[in-house]
Design a protein around this ligand. Structure first.
Ligand code: ADP
Ligand code: MG
Length: 286
């Protein structure tokens, strides 16, 4: 049976916008020693802004329109930002054969032309000769009928209390790791601002799973591994970790279902509150 104190702890957490699915996770939280974070949507707001449109043999409006049309059915934060920057309603009758390719981008037929919108991995796979963007940030490359069409530079904002959380963790001697499918430049920019020690970038969804498996194997007895994420692709890693924590607001349904703890307010520092409540609860039980 669940000691009354655990129910009290779960209740106290829920009043602070933290949903803990079982009392066992309170105990696990007191033994957490490594925190693995997803970047986009977890440490950052997951809302990108278009900073630059750099076309190749077409004009800026044309490039942005092609990208927005190709992304017209995607819910990825990148797709939302391209449609937002385009500003107009996308005429979906101009788009067909859309295929979202996790870890790469999208493929679509726009005005009868074959369009690819995504990262360097996608361009390389399609054999597109492109110009590598020099700026640090998330870069979306576009190809039209097998020809390079240009790139769009977008950037995301670090969540305002993420720095506070990471500083607190380091004071408590907790290890921090960041994983992302984004490029190395964009990953390093966020990690160095937050002083995160260990960074893995350009990961495919399945790479995140194998890394998590590796981390779990290297855990010592009585030490718990926590993964914090938000996306559809995060569901398998949320399940693999001893404790999975998901962002409530932006979080995909699959992530919310797979998570053990949900931060309803989307504030990373909710983790500090959760750990404090867990420790107080355990003290009152012993
Ligand atoms: P993360 O949340 O860690 O960035 P994702 O798996 O969602 O990981 O995406 C990894 C990378 O794949 C993105 O950084 C982007 O380069 C590319 N990508 C994924 N989906 C799209 C999309 N709809 N449009 C453009 N690029 C995309
Ligand atoms: Mg993500």
């Amino acid at each position: 049976s669940i000691p009354l104190a655990f129910l009290g702890g779960i209740g106290a957490a829920s009043k602070q916008g933290i949903l803990i699915k079982s009392g066992a996770f309170l105990e696990d939280l007191t033994e957490a020693d490594t925190f693995v974070f997803d970047k986009t949507g977890t440490l950052t707001e997951g809302v990108f802004y278009v900073r630059d449109v750099v076309p190749w043999k077409m004009d800026k409006e044309q490039l942005l329109e092609i990208a927005a049309l190709a992304e017209s059915y995607s819910n990825h934060p990148i797709a939302l930002s391209l449609r937002e920057a385009y500003g107009k309603d996308v005429d979906k009758t101009r788009v067909s054969d859309i295929e979202e390719q996790p870890g790469y981008g999208v493929r679509a037929t726009v005005d009868g032309k074959e369009v690819y919108v995504g990262n360097t991995r996608l361009m390389n796979r399609q054999g597109i000769f492109y110009q590598l963007a020099a700026e640090a940030g998330t870069v979306v490359y576009i190809a039209v009928n097998g020809q390079y069409g240009g790139y769009i530079l977008i950037s995301d904002v670090i969540r305002k209390d993420a720095g506070k959380l990471i500083r607190w963790m380091h004071k408590k001697d907790l290890a921090t790791v960041m994983l992302t499918g984004d490029n190395e430049h964009a990953a390093e920019a966020v990690a160095s601002k937050l002083h995160i020690e260990s960074v893995y970038s350009e990961l495919m969804p399945e790479d995140k799973v194998s890394l998590l498996e590796e981390f779990c194997e290297n855990q010592m007895e009585g030490e718990k591994l926590v993964f914090v994420g938000d996306g559809i692709n995060d569901a398998p890693v949320l399940t693999l970790a001893d404790i999975g924590i998901a962002m409530g607001g932006l979080g995909a349904d699959a992530a919310l279902e797979a998570a053990d703890i949900i931060l309803m307010e989307d504030e990373p520092s909710g983790i500090i509150k959760a750990i404090r409540i867990a420790k107080a609860t355990l003290r009152s039980v012993k």
